[in-house]
Design a protein around this ligand. Structure first.
Ligand code: VGL
Ligand code: ZN
Length: 201
């Protein structure tokens, strides 16, 4: 059994949003078309409280995109984004959300960031996504969404570790930084993940 996992297709990651991924909206038609190929579609949603520690505004003397160390973990400090219940946290209105069977929210603990849909960045707390998928008999996962080198790649790497057969649709994702995504792709392949073009389906 296979499932499509749509990562963080939210307004704040789209052009004009608080943490815009270049071309993020260009993948919407492909993400919508991809859903037709799957019997199970699930999504993740970045869902931060206002006081989240990943926001530069919540640190003195820090600017957006600075890095710092929180609890021994390196953290990029982001512009305020995907605040719970705001328009920026909503899915893009053109993305078909009708067939999404479950939404896993992450980044809800103000003390720690969570790029992956499976675990926080310290790998301390699970979201329950593995149990949900295994309970449904899912063995293969296919990923698309935003941002390629952060939430998408971290989710893909965790999925491999959790024992799923994993494919990333590289034309159904966009990166904040292309070079950083190239590095993540190398890691994904080394760990046994597969890269594929959705447009070729
Ligand atoms: C993301 C940075 C901060 C993402 C979320 O969805 O890739 N990136 N929060
Ligand atoms: Zn975030």
């Amino acid at each position: 059994m296979k499932a499509l996992v749509i990562i963080d297709m939210q307004n704040d990651f789209m052009p004009g949003g608080a943490l815009a991924v270049p071309g993020g909206d260009q993948i919407i038609p492909l993400v919508n078309k991809l859903q037709e190929k799957f019997d199970l579609v699930i999504a993740t949603q970045d869902w931060h409280p206002e006081n989240h520690s990943s926001f530069a505004d919540n640190h003195h003397d820090k600017e957006n995109f600075d890095t710092t160390v929180i609890d021994g973990l390196e953290q990029t400090l982001w512009p305020v984004h995907c605040v719970q219940t705001t328009d920026g946290a909503d899915f893009h209105p053109h993305m078909n959300a009708a067939r999404i069977e479950a939404i896993f929210r992450k980044g809800t603990d103000p003390a720690i960031d969570s790029y992956s849909g499976f675990y926080d960045n310290a790998h301390k707390k699970a979201t329950g996504l593995t149990g949900y998928l295994k309970g449904k008999g899912v063995t293969s996962l296919y990923f698309c969404g935003l941002a390629a080198e952060y939430c998408v790649s971290f989710s893909v790497l965790d999925a491999i570790e959790e024992g799923f057969k994993v494919t990333l649709y590289e034309d159904a994702t966009r990166a904040l930084d292309e070079a950083a995504f190239e590095k993540m792709k190398t890691q994904i392949i080394e760990k046994g993940g597969r890269l594929k073009l959705a447009g070729e389906l």
